[in-house]
Design a protein around this ligand. Structure first.
Ligand code: AVJ
Length: 321
C-alpha cells in the first residue's frame, strides 16, 4: 500500500505524530503543543515543579481554595454536580467536594485525556462523591456531564491551576463562551488564574535553579523519541523562559545549541534546526484580576466573587451563569 499523504487521515490515526509534524513545520517559528508534556515522566516532573520553592502557583491555588470552600459550597444550590476540567490534584478538589458533601450527595465528573490521572482521581474522591470519570476533551466531557444533569441539580465547573493560561487570549475568551453556553442559570464556574507579578519572580518560576522545569521541557523531546521514534539528542537543547510584555505571558522554548537534523520515524518527518533556533513549547498567560472579570462578562458570566492570595498573586474567580 502506498504511504498515505493525507494529514487529516494521519490526524485520526496518530494525532500526536500529526501535531508534531505540523508544529515543527511551522513558519516562522517551530512549535510543539504543550498538552503532550504530560506522559508519565512529564506528569511526575510537573508534580515536582509544584513543590519547588520558586513555583508558588500551586500552593497559592491550594491556599485560596481552602479559604473559599465554605463560602462557595454555601452558595451553590443543592443538589449539585461538580465537573472538573483536568482531573485535579487531590488536595484542591477534595476541599471543595468535602465541603459540598456536608450539604448533600455530590456527583463528580472529572474530565481528563489521561486515563491514569482519572483513575487516581476517582479513587481519591470516592469518599466524598459519586465519581463519573470522563476520558475526553474538556468541552465534550462538559457537554456529556450537562446532559446527565438530574432535575433541579446545579452544576459547578472547576477550571483550576491557571490551566486557562495555556490558551492564547482569544482562545481563552472563546473557551469561556463555550463553557457558558452549556450552563444554566444558577450554575457556576470556578476559574483559577495566575496573576501578573514582578518579572524576576515570574521568570524564576519557569527557570528554577535546580533545573526541574528544564527537564520537564526537554522531556517533550524525549517523549517524541520514545513514542514516535524520534532521534532528538536532549543535551543539544537549552531550556529558555522568556517574558512577552505584549501578550503578558511567560513563554518556554527549547534552543538548539547547534545546527542539527532530527528525524521522527512515526511522523515520516525530518527537519533541520539552525544553531540558536528555538522550538516554542508553551505559553503561560498571566492576568490582572480585573481582566478576568472582563473576560467573564464578555462570555456572559457574572463575577460573583474573587479571592486572591497575597503571598503569591493568584486569583480564584467565581463566575455565575
Ligand atoms: C499546568 C499550565 C498551570 O503554566 O504554570 C509549569 C505548566 N509549565 N511550569 C503553568 C508549567 C512549566 C503550568 N500549568
Amino acid at each position: 500500500m502506498p504511504l498515505s499523504g493525507s494529514l487529516s487521515t494521519d490526524r485520526e490515526l496518530n494525532p500526536f505524530a500529526a501535531e508534531v509534524r505540523e508544529g515543527l513545520s511551522w513558519q516562522p517559528r517551530k512549535q510543539l503543543p504543550c498538552q503532550y508534556f504530560y506522559d508519565a515522566t512529564g506528569s511526575a516532573l510537573y508534580e515536582a515543579i509544584t513543590v519547588l520553592p520558586e513555583y508558588g502557583l500551586t500552593r497559592a491555588d491550594t491556599r485560596v481554595i481552602r479559604r473559599l470552600a465554605p463560602a462557595l459550597s454555601a452558595r451553590m444550590p443543592t443538589p449539585v454536580a461538580v465537573v472538573e476540567l483536568g482531573s485535579g490534584s487531590g488536595a484542591k478538589t477534595r476541599r471543595i467536594l468535602e465541603s459540598l458533601a456536608r450539604r448533600g450527595p455530590v456527583d463528580y465528573y472529572p474530565i481528563d485525556v489521561s486515563a491514569s490521572a482519572l483513575a487516581r482521581c476517582a479513587q481519591e474522591m470516592a469518599a466524598f462523591a459519586d465519581v463519573h470519570p470522563l476520558a475526553e476533551s474538556y468541552m465534550d466531557g462538559l457537554r456529556r456531564a450537562a446532559d446527565a444533569r438530574l432535575p433541579g441539580q446545579s452544576l459547578l465547573v472547576l477550571f483550576l491551576g491557571s490551566t486557562i493560561g495555556n490558551f492564547e487570549r482569544p482562545a481563552a475568551q472563546d473557551f469561556l463562551g463555550q463553557v457558558r453556553a452549556s450552563l444554566l442559570p444558577g450554575d457556576a464556574l470556578l476559574l483559577g488564574t495566575d496573576l501578573i507579578k514582578p518579572l524576576a519572580r515570574m521568570l524564576l518560576a519557569y527557570d528554577d535553579p535546580a533545573g526541574v522545569t528544564a527537564a520537564f521541557n526537554r522531556n517533550l523531546l524525549g517523549r517524541i523519541n520514545r513514542e514516535l521514534g524520534g532521534n532528538f539528542v536532549l543535551r543539544n537543547f537549552a531550556h529558555e523562559a522568556r517574558w512577552d510584555p505584549i501578550h503578558h505571558r511567560v513563554e518556554m522554548h527549547l534552543r538548539s545549541l547547534k545546527a542539527q537534523r532530527v528525524s521522527i520515524r512515526a511522523a515520516a518527518f525530518e527537519c533541520d534546526l539552525r544553531k540558536d533556533e528555538t522550538i516554542w513549547t508553551e505559553s503561560c498567560h498571566k492576568f490582572h484580576p480585573e481582566e478576568v472579570r472582563e473576560m467573564a462578562a464578555a462570555a456572559g458570566f457574572e463575577c460573583a466573587a474573587q479571592w486572591l492570595d497575597d503571598t503569591w498573586p493568584f486569583a480564584e474567580s467565581l463566575l455565575t451563569a
